[in-house]
Ligand binder design. Sequence first.
Ligand code: TXA
Ligand code: MG
Length: 333
Amino acid sequence: MLPDPARIEEAVELLRAGELVAFPTETVYGLGADASNPWAVAKIFAAKGRPAGHPLIVHVSGIEAARPWVAGFPDAAKRLAEAFWPGPLTLVLPKAAAVSPSVTGGQDSIAVRAPAHPVARALLAAFGGGIAAPSANRYGRISPTRAADVREELGNRVALVLEGGDCEVGLESTIVACLGGGVRLLRRGAISRSQLQDVVGKVADADARSPRAPGSDRSHYAPGTPLSIIAPGKLQAEVENSLAAGERLAVLACSDAPRQSPLLTWRCLGFEPFEYGHSLYAALRDLDRLGAARILVECVPDGEDWEAIADRLARAAARGETPAAEDAVTDAT
Ligand code: TXA
Ligand code: MG
């Protein structure tokens, strides 16, 4: 979807006035504010109901525009940005001294990303500065991948929602920390570890010394309906049990429905991981609206291209569990 110049201009004026503007990216919709204005950034936390201290991603048009926000571009980060920007990759780098702690959650690192969506690019080009933006959902809920989902999440808490169609990737960006020499994968996304390693060699997992989002909580990021992940071989029996108990049931699966029932809503997302990832959040939102007793999700196949999806599904299923302290980065935000 192409940017509408009049809407972009309106969005820029609102950002300059310290207001919030939601905008599409290729991953999910973001809730943007002028990253250099701490009062505007504070509005993001209020609109989302997000605890203060959770760091935000600063969106920029490219490497040059990122420079004022970072203390430097380590060689690995530069190579990754050259390879994958604009695109679904966020880099966590040492922060520039002047960056407001409201953006970084008081950490000494900062997350930067150049998104690829044409509307986001037009907005960043016209605005000129950095736009701080988390996913445009209320805290703990599923990231929006459609403009209508943003309106449902935030209503009049946001001054303007820029239309950009359905987000192509549909899952949040891959996050990589380039701090103190090593390269670490903090959040899985459309850009796989292999793709990163093709550019920079070894990419390790987050460890105890990696930056953490305060309040990391594995149990966030979920629909309201209880969700369970079921092995493919057990799905049919689970469905029959639920239907026999008279339960309204929603199923999200790679495979087609084995049977029909007025109590059963079955969404088949297929066996192609990029198509599945693109449709996942919209499907979960739609299923969540049915008032079903449960959402059953057929376990997705193994393989690197499914890892980001399996990660998000595990989080959606973990609702109500106690927070997992080891999580380096939460997607709840
Ligand atoms: O695809 C995306 O990344 C979307 C679009 C809008 O760009 N944004 C997004 O933002 O998912 P958010 O705030 O929902 O998730 C960003 C994650 C959070 O878990 C946050 O804690 C982490 O990035 N993060 C941000 N700055 C960080 C830092 N300096 N160190 C470690 N984690 C950081
Ligand atoms: Mg988020």
